[in-house]
Design a protein around this ligand. Structure first.
Ligand code: ATP
Length: 921
């Protein structure tokens, strides 16, 4: 039994949180200022308040979505038709039409709900994390585990996990647009405010779901879940997922145009029928049949479902799609701009070489385990014998927020891997972190951010001396701030900037090592706070540390696959150009043509002085962009897009939002990135791995292929059926297929046969062709021709079979059943042709779903033909075995014709390609 905790004094009694001093709020909430809540207390509160989650309010209720299914124009046409035929032909036909409409709506509803669920579930799969202090320890928790009274640490890039009363804030700015609509970030500070301050002006509160754009802070949780401000207005953030994509919109538009055209043709047909003196009932039936048969009304829904299936496939390959249209865009991607650290490399840093006091030290050992030693000129070096080395390592330990942890012999880092590596190096040299930290307690810190490229901490001076600031960061940032450097004996000597630059640029960076420079500065006595100005100059350089971050083993393969697929890969990094170029070389980034070319490298500084034309040229040509800032990323995306590229861009930082949003596909990281970046992204990689982008592109191409296959398969049914009716009307003969039968064909074949194409595996060689031009029509040339002639064949077969059965003396019901079976079997055989787009052979059983669908289709068709109730409802009659045999033969013949056409085309294409090749050589 959990212990009954003391009740938390509720906020409504007494002044509101923002009008109370922070310390008073802490005691009111029963929180220890340093230790936070104890874990037993937190567990008890979790039980009482429930998880920190907002109850989801659905954007649209299931009932509304079900009713929406009946709002489709075609359904309306059908409903009118049902009413007319009830008047003219009795209620049975009308009832069947109505039944089919309802069934159709139900199937549509179920499928759409599944698609919606799949997309929503993926959104939820990305839980956000929160950093809290519990029982005196800093922990990373699932944000849903937070309870009132928890002490929470915020830093730039975080999403605020609950409503917080701020206790300390350092340059904190929060984007509250989710809550207040105010687009500019709001500065925050912890002092109490008047009780009547409106929500938007409560500078000492941070509200759940807003985003930290700058600075760092500590706060205590005031409210969680539905009790938060955002929870109260949760209607706003109800996850109303939009399932429409550019493609489904294009198709919906196409269907609407088709609908109008068909209605026009129907009207003409109707008039002709009446003029010929046909009975009104027959003419109405024909028009309904035409409308039903010729309009591919299920197409947009089917496309949505196929995209949703694609989303699930991509999730299995570690790419979570946040917006459905991304699935389409992936197949057209022509450039991928990717971060280096953590995406192309493992983000597992190990200091390998140090330069301090003019001496170079090699460090042995890999990973974060402090097993290894420092060697100077091949001899073991202890830190105590090298004062400059010691001070450089010491700076690495003090100016550091990471912790090393060992679990079952495995060493890991809590915090920034770069900083973890510094701790490991210091331990290898015999430094004791705890002792160093105790000897120089930290007074204040300027946190690291990519824009400033350094971090600084202020420490109490030893023996009551003046406080000391330790600074670490990029060499170019630190060096200009230094006026002296440590010599080997630990004394301060004049700075030789060229020499120091040489250590980094000629020594460490070309080996692909990430270089960090270290410096210190003495501050005036009594200073307890540190700002950027305090470390802007007058520092003493302590040394450099170079760390390896090996490329991910799969990166080179994925880059090569992209190159084969006509996709350019560009590295965009905050790191040094030398380091970046070395890594680019290792993974073959510059080698799209296999010529062993060197990576073209451009730095942020180069970009800054370029005019637009030069910038655009550099964006196109260079493969490595080093020391770039988020603003450069945005300009790069725009420049590449102006050159008609479809750009995927990765980003993990707070300031990457605009570039991620602007890119055709913004890619964020689930493990390493900030919440801000994830929020702006279209796709999130669950393993932060570049190879997952390549996998997603591959899947995207596969999904698009399957969509085209589906459309290629489905349109001839509509075409064939439409032609049958129009021809019958034009010739003034009885309909070989009745409207309800057409409804039957459309409904059963799309679900049993067509949708199975969504499970078609990717075709071999899918990454050997160039990206799809997003502006190109979906169907052109060969595919369009195929749709037309298959339609003609189906139409011809329906007429021929109908006439043939009648000629043999069969009653019309039997002749029509045979005509329907001809179309269904034709579609069944044609399905196998549609399993590949070009001439590629596909394994008979590589998509078992096709066989399941075919079996289901045949079973339904048997029911349609032989079940007495179906005979009555659909005006069908049993067929004999010989008829089935002939019909199957027709299906087979159709399939053979299509495969001969495909082969012929393929042979012609490869001959043309060979001829081209010969001409060029
Ligand atoms: P990418 O953009 O590929 O992720 P990156 O991680 O190297 O590259 P940043 O994190 O912006 O880019 O780092 C830029 C530079 O800042 C690094 O090259 C390094 O010199 C310095 N740096 C990185 N991390 C820290 C840190 N924790 N403290 C101080 N300086 C750092």
């Amino acid at each position: 039994m959990p212990q009954r905790p003391a009740p938390i004094p509720a906020a409504p009694t007494g002044p509101p949180a923002h009008a109370t001093p922070g310390t008073a709020r802490l005691s009111a909430l029963g929180t220890h200022p340093e230790r936070g809540l104890e874990s037993a207390e937190a567990a008890a509160r979790l039980e009482r308040h429930g998880p920190n989650r907002i109850t989801e309010r659905k954007g649209e209720g299931p009932l509304k979505r079900l009713l929406d299914q009946f709002r489709a124009p075609l359904v309306l046409v059908l409903l009118v038709a049902a009413a007319v035929s009830a008047l003219l032909k009795g209620v049975v036909d009308a009832a069947v039409v109505l039944g089919v409409v309802v069934m159709n709506a139900l199937v549509g509803f179920v499928q759409e709900s599944r698609a919606l669920q799949a997309v929503q579930a993926l959104g939820r799969a990305l839980v956000s994390q929160a950093t809290v202090i519990r029982g005196g320890q800093r922990l990373q928790l699932d944000a849903s585990e937070l309870v009132p009274g928890d002490l929470v640490l915020l830093q730039a890039g975080d999403r605020v996990p609950a409503d917080l009363r701020l206790l300390q804030a350092r340059e904190l700015a929060v984007d509250e647009s989710a809550l207040t609509g105010e687009s500019l970030p709001v500065e925050k500070q912890p002092d109490p405010l008047p009780a009547d301050t409106p929500l938007a002006d409560r500078r000492n509160m941070a509200y759940a779901s807003t985003l930290v754009t700058r600075g760092a802070a500590t706060g205590v949780v005031e409210a969680t879940g539905d009790a938060t401000e955002i929870g109260r207005i949760a209607g706003l953030i109800a996850g109303a997922e939009v399932l429409a994509t550019p493609l489904t919109r294009r198709i919906a538009r196409f269907t609407r145009v088709l609908l109008v055209a068909i209605l026009g043709i129907s009207a003409v047909t109707f008039a002709i029928g009446l003029w010929r003196g046909e009975p009104l009932g027959e003419a109405v039936l024909a028009v309904v049949a035409l409308a039903v048969g010729a309009i591919p009304e299920g197409l947009p829904a089917a496309v949505t479902i196929m995209l949703a299936i694609g989303v699930a496939r991509m999730a299995r390959r570690r790419a979570i799609i946040r917006r459905l249209p991304t699935v389409e865009t992936l197949g057209s991607t022509t450039v991928i701009c990717t971060d280096k650290t953590g995406t192309l490399t493992r983000n597992e840093m190990t200091v390998q070489e140090l330069v301090a006091g003019g001496e170079t030290f090699q460090v042995s050992g890999t990973g974060y385990a402090p097993a290894g030693e420092l060697l100077a000129a091949g001899r073991r070096a202890a830190a105590d014998a090298h004062p400059a080395l010691r001070e450089c390592l010491r700076a690495g330990v003090l100016c550091n927020d990471a912790e090393l942890a060992e679990q079952e012999g495995r060493w890991t880092v809590q915090g920034d891997p770069t900083e973890g590596a510094l701790l490991t190096a210091a331990r290898k040299a015999g430094l004791d972190e705890a002792a160093e930290r105790a000897a120089a307690p930290r007074l204040d810190a300027v946190p690291f951010d990519s824009a400033h490229q350094y971090m600084a901490t202020l420490h109490a001076g030893a023996g009551g001396g003046p406080p000391v600031a330790y600074v670490k960061g990029a060499l170019e940032t630190i060096l200009p701030r230094c006026v002296a450097q440590l010599d080997a004996a630990g004394g301060e000597a004049a700075l030789d900037a060229a020499e120091v630059r040489g250590w980094g640029e000629d020594g460490l960076a070309p080996q692909g090592l990430r270089v960090l420079a270290f410096a210190r500065g003495t501050m005036p006595a009594g200073q307890v706070a540190l700002g950027h100005d305090d470390v802007a100059g007058g520092l003493v350089l302590l040394g450099l540390q170079g760390m390896v971050d090996p490329p991910r083993p799969e990166a080179a393969t994925a880059v090569a696959a992209c190159h084969r697929a006509g996709i350019r890969v560009k590295m965009i990094t905050g790191d040094h150009p030398g380091t970046a170029a070395a890594i680019a070389r290792q993974i073959g980034l510059a080698d799209a043509e296999g010529t062993g070319a060197e990576p073209v490298t451009v730095t942020g500084r180069d970009l800054e002085v370029m005019d637009d034309a030069a910038f655009a040229e550099a964006a196109e040509r260079a493969t490595v962009f080093a020391r770039v800032t988020p603003e450069h990323k945005l300009r790069l995306v725009e420049a590449l897009q102006a050159r008609r590229h479809v750009v995927a861009m990765t980003g993990d930082g707070v300031n990457d939002g605009p570039a991620l949003r602007r890119a055709d596909i913004g890619v964020a990281m689930a493990l390493g990135g900030t919440e801000v970046a994830r929020e702006a992204a279209d796709m999130v990689l669950t393993d932060d791995n570049f190879a997952s982008i390549e996998a997603a592109v591959e899947e995207g191409r596969g999904v698009f292929d399957n969509l085209v296959k589906f459309i290629l398969w489905t349109l001839p049914t509509n075409g064939g059926e439409g032609m049958v009716i129009m021809l019958a009307m034009a010739l003034g003969v009885a309909l070989p297929i009745l409207p309800v039968q057409i409804l039957w064909i459309n409904m059963t074949t799309a679900v049993c046969l067509g949708l199975m194409l969504a499970f078609e595996p990717r075709e071999p060689g899918i990454m050997d062709r160039p990206p799809r031009d997003p502006g190109a029509p979906l169907l052109a040339g060969a595919l369009l021709t195929r749709i037309v002639y298959v339609s003609l064949l189906l139409c011809g077969a329906a007429f021929a079979v109908y006439a043939w059965r009648l000629a043999l003396g069969a009653p019309p019901a039997e002749a029509r059943t045979a005509a329907v079976a001809a179309i269904v079997l034709g579609e069944t055989f044609y399905l196998f042709n549609c399993r590949s787009l070009g001439g590629a052979a596909v394994g008979a059983f590589s998509n078992p779903w096709v066989w399941v669908g075919v079996a289901a289709m045949l079973a339904l068709q048997a029911l349609f033909t032989y079940a007495p109730v179906m005979n009555r409802l659909f005006h069908t009659a049993p067929l004999d075995a010989a008829t089935w045999g002939w019909l199957a033969l027709f299906g087979l013949a159709l399939s053979v014709v299509v495969s001969l056409e495909k082969r012929g085309r393929e042979a012609w294409r490869s001959r043309a390609a060979r001829a081209r090749g010969a001409r060029m050589s």
